[in-house]
Unconditional design. Structure first.
Lengths: 317, 665
């Protein structure tokens, strides 16, 4: 019975992230539109777009290879698995131990790898520009993330996300190192999801785009999968920040169904706050030049390293 | 029994060398030699993995130095490395049956190839300093001869010369290291070296010498300069052996000397391997990112991976010195796991590069492109190798890097501040090199295999023969298995960790669901198999749902490219344009780049020209002054060759007096 319950909880989490991620995108878009005094499309609009795309015929470039056709499925599957391994409403779900935080980051790295390859498959210059820039951003964002992981797991003594969250719930206190790690993670999250100062998800201005450039040739169901994967990635980062730094309301897996419902409510609230902050931030900044991005990400990396060192220092004092 | 079997096979390999010379007129000689090598390496591999009744086996053979003989031994460490060497040997020989058939001058390879294999095996089996050095030099010289296979090209001759210089320098350092270890009048058998106690300065000296000697063979920065020249110069199966296997023999030598012969470590021993390892990882990957020669790129990436291995070994030393057995075992296991992994995927990638080379006659990725259409099978196998080496789950490269990260995460328990502060910095270097490595292989694969062909040779390239493809497929399968079932590999390495760092990781086979947990499941765990099954399940579910409820139709049309219809494949992103952002932002750490833009004035009709000059800082600041100093000394000493007989006699007498005085003191 408990086994069945746990299996259901894990399944619910997988479907939950899938269902919520386009809504999150829609929510951010709506909020941004409101902040700009526009009415904006309804929150459900991204789901409508996805369903429309899924029903359309795919137009493939003449020289597209099997890699180009299988990459969307792989990117989607990897991101989905990674997103459903991050605790959302409850910790310690059935398969949460199959990958720790480092493995989750690496899964996103795998998805990036295939997306960058898919961008180069047709042999257009836009695809190449996107892949090249993505490789540069990735090579700075990933080490920064690893440094954040170091900080958090030095504090909590584990890299298991559920355990980290449990530790953070049990030891609610302010730490400078964790604060720095939070700032670093925010920087990384903005860059990894291609949000405003780094990349603009709404633009198709050719010379500035990164993520859009890689997916430029995709259409129909393939495009839908890639869009869904990037929505999942945004949700993953917000859940990650919520679960590690603001674990309020996170329930343990054996807390029972009612507790899980409150956990779910807390999670949705946290997502809304995260989306709101993102929308506010995006409307108040301008996009930066591509070659300024390494400085931005470098700041994230250095903050992460400083946070790690700070943990060492404060620990032994 | 395994030891005698192994020694018989090693001598048989040497006999195959002789056979290759004797039977050189035979048209089938190439195939025969490689088949014999497969058989002998296969037996050696079995000898390595077969159960050894007692844990150690040793023997003394009555040749070599008079009254001393040659000592050989198999223990858990040499058995592990024997398995790595011979797995690589079998793979390279099987690949060479197909690949070697293209060779124009087979006699430049065949006699040296079995000797090279014999040398590597003998290094691993050696149990005294003399045997070790003889085998080491056999390995160096045989591989040097193999580097010079295509000696008609000036570049290869230069590579051979630099390799020979660095190899003799490294060999010299090792000679001195063993000299210090054995001491005056000492016995050079490893057993008696192990017994003697070493003073502090001595162990420091030996450590530095071992790092120089073994590091120069393994390609540790700044002694790596020969490696990217020599490894690509050899035929591809030999490149695979040199990069995938010979560097591992050097790692073995380092472990043997530092973890075994030198006795209990002090904490500061870890500083050198860790810092040089971190430097190698970064320098290697940055240079790999800007290479356009596929084989050179792979050679630079070997330097990166050796760096990762040395980082893990340094961590193991630090933990061992502080008596932290479990973290030491974790770091040591991570190092050996990476040794195994790298030997698999680097061989696979070099075989792939060889297939590209023989299929398209083109080495530079800038003139390739679209190989996924013309060489579909190679493209698939090479992609597998790229994913594995980029440390992406669920393949094997990720598992060993994950283990290294886990070892780094245990570093707060170290008491010394130097090491404690060094470890996070090393962690940054490791994370940077892992991420850059992925970028490097996106570039290599994307430019060479994807896109549109940039030349006719890329368009008309063909897949290689069955032997080559089969070997690559087997290696890729092994990469998959090691990634999905890492617990098997970790449990195999555990006895070596127990003997060499005094601790072992918990038995992984006892964990449920075949997952791995270095310390405890509550601390960290990873399950490659489950992750892989999850990914497959999600991908296929998505596909099923979409095809059932959405649409499964597709249509081919010209590429869109934002409306620009550009037919020339030259408009694609090239390798150098792909690397440009990384070169600009991170490149300054490793090399100095000078970009010169020659822009014609308005109205002028000539083409604009951008020249990029990339220089290795290490070469400029370390080797160039060294070369100049040697040249100055040599020309200064030239007068000595023009002395009269009286002056020569006086010189000899003075030298004699000096030495006598030295002995008297």
């Amino acid at each position: 019975m408990t086994l069945l319950f746990e299996l259901i909880a894990q399944g619910v989490q997988m479907l939950l992230v899938l269902a919520l991620s386009p809504l999150l995108i829609g929510f951010v878009r709506k909020l941004k539109a409101r902040l700009l005094r526009r009415k904006g499309p309804p929150i459900i609009q991204p789901w409508r777009d996805l369903i429309r795309l899924l029903r359309k015929e795919v137009v493939l470039a003449e020289n597209a290879s099997w890699l180009y056709r299988s990459a969307p499925y792989m990117i989607f599957a990897m991101t989905w698995v990674a997103a459903s391994l991050v605790p959302t409403f409850a910790t310690g779900l059935m398969f949460s131990w199959s990958a720790d935080l480092i493995a989750i980051i690496a899964l996103l790295g795998s998805a990036r790898f295939f997306l960058a390859l898919a961008g180069m498959d047709i042999g257009t210059s836009f695809g190449g520009i996107g892949s090249s820039r993505e490789a540069m951003f990735g090579s700075l964002a990933e080490p920064a993330t690893i440094m954040i992981v170091f900080t958090v797991s030095f504090v909590a003594g584990t890299t298991q996300l559920s355990e980290i969250a449990a530790y953070m719930v049990a030891n609610l206190e302010l730490r400078a190192s964790v604060g720095m790690a939070l700032v670093a993670l925010l920087i990384v999250a903005v860059a990894e999801n291609g949000r405003v100062p780094v990349d603009n998800p709404a633009t198709h201005l050719e010379l500035t785009m990164v993520h859009e450039a890689m997916a430029l040739e995709y259409s129909g169901r393939y495009l839908a999968l890639i869009e869904l994967a990037s929505a999942l990635k945004l949700l993953l980062y917000i859940s990650l920040i919520a679960c590690v730094f603001f674990p309020v309301g996170l329930k343990s897996h054996d807390a029972g169904a009612e507790a899980m419902m409150t956990g779910l409510g807390a999670y949705v609230l946290k997502l809304a706050i995260g989306g709101g902050v993102l929308a506010l931030f995006e409307t108040s900044t301008a996009k930066m030049r591509v070659f300024r991005v390494p400085d931005f990400l470098g700041a994230g990396l250095m903050l992460g390293l400083l946070a790690t060192l700070l943990v060492f220092v404060t620990r032994s004092l | 029994m395994p030891l005698y079997l192994a020694l018989t096979c090693v001598s048989a390999l040497l006999a195959v060398s002789v056979y290759a010379i004797v039977d050189r007129r035979n048209p089938n000689i190439s195939r025969n030699v490689y088949r014999l090598c497969i058989a002998l390496c296969g037996i050696l591999f079995l000898a390595a993995v077969m159960p050894r009744g007692a844990n150690l086996l040793s023997t003394t053979l009555p040749f070599g130095l008079p009254w001393i003989g040659m000592h050989f031994r198999i223990d858990v460490l040499s058995a592990f490395f024997l398995a790595v060497v011979d797995l690589g040997g079998v793979a390279a020989s099987a690949y060479a049956i197909g690949y070697g058939a293209h060779e124009k001058e087979p006699m430049r390879i065949l006699p040296f190839y079995p000797a090279f294999l014999a040398g590597m095996n003998a290094v691993v089996l050696a149990d005294d300093a003399f045997t070790f050095l003889v085998a080491w030099e056999l390995m160096s010289l045989a591989s040097w001869a193999l580097v010079l296979t295509h000696h008609h090209e000036a570049e290869n001759r230069r590579a051979g010369f630099i390799y020979l210089l660095m190899a003799s320098f490294g060999g010299f350092a090792l000679l001195m290291a063993f000299g210090v270890l054995g001491g005056v009048g000492g016995d050079y058998a490893f057993a008696s070296i192990r017994e003697t106690t070493k003073e502090g300065w001595k162990s420091g000296l030996v450590l530095a010498l071992a790092l120089v000697g073994m590091g120069s063979k393994a390609g540790l920065a700044p002694l790596h300069i020969w490696l990217p020249l020599a490894h690509p110069a050899a035929p591809s199966h030999v490149s695979a052996l040199m990069s995938g296997v010979m560097t591992k023999v050097a790692v073995y030598g380092f472990i043997r000397v530092v973890f075994d012969l030198l006795g209990p470590p002090a904490f500061w021993w870890s500083i050198e391997p860790m810092s040089f390892g971190a430097a190698s990882a970064l320098i290697g990957v940055l240079f790999a990112t800007i290479q356009s020669d596929l084989k050179k790129l792979l050679a630079y990436s070997t330097i990166e991976n050796i760096g990762i291995i040395f980082i893990a070994l340094g961590l193991a030393l630090a933990f061992k010195a502080n008596g932290l057995a479990l973290p030491a075992a974790l770091a040591f296991t991570a190092a050996l796991f990476h040794v195994f992994n790298h030997s698999l995927f680097k061989s696979l990638l070099f075989f792939g590069a060889g297939a590209v080379l023989s299929g398209s006659k083109e080495r530079s990725i800038e003139r390739l492109g679209g190989l996924i259409h013309s060489m579909p099978k190679t493209a698939f196998l090479f992609l597998g190798g790229c994913v594995a080496i980029s440390a992406l789950p669920p393949l094997n490269g990720f598992v060993s890097e994950w283990l290294v990260f886990q070892a780094i995460l245990l570093s707060p328990s170290l008491p010394q501040w130097t090491v404690k502060l060094l470890v996070p910095a090393v962690g940054v270097a490791l994370a940077l090199s892992a991420a850059l490595g992925a970028g490097c292989y996106i570039r290599a694969y994307g430019v060479a295999f994807l896109g549109r062909p940039r030349s006719d040779s890329a368009r008309t390239a063909t897949d290689p023969d069955r032997w080559s493809l089969g070997t690559m497929a087997v290696l890729l399968t092994l990469c998959f298995l090691a990634g999905l079932l890492p617990s098997l590999v970790i449990d195999t390495i555990s006895p070596a960790a127990r003997d060499f760092v005094g601790g072992r990781m918990p038995t992984q086979a006892e964990l449920s669901w075949l997952s791995i947990a270095p310390v405890a499941e509550s601390r960290s765990s990873y399950n490659g198999l489950l992750v892989f099954v999850f990914i497959l399940f999600s991908a296929y579910t998505a596909r099923w749902v979409i095809h059932k409820f959405g649409s499964a139709r597709s249509r081919r049309a010209p590429a869109w490219d934002c409306g620009y219809i550009e037919t020339s494949p030259a408009t694609q992103y090239t390798g150098s344009s792909f690397a440009q952002p990384i070169r600009r932002t991170l490149g300054v750490m490793a090399f100095s780049v000078k970009e010169r833009l020659d822009m014609p004035a308005p109205g002028e009709m000539r083409a604009a020209r951008l020249t990029i000059d990339i220089k290795d800082r290490i070469f400029d600041y370390l080797y160039a002054p060294l070369t100049r100093a040697v040249e100055t000394c040599a020309s200064g000493l030239n007068i000595l060759s023009l002395l009269t007989i009286q002056e020569y006699l006086a010189l000899v007498f003075a030298a004699l007096v000096f030495l006598l005085v030295l002995v008297a003191i």
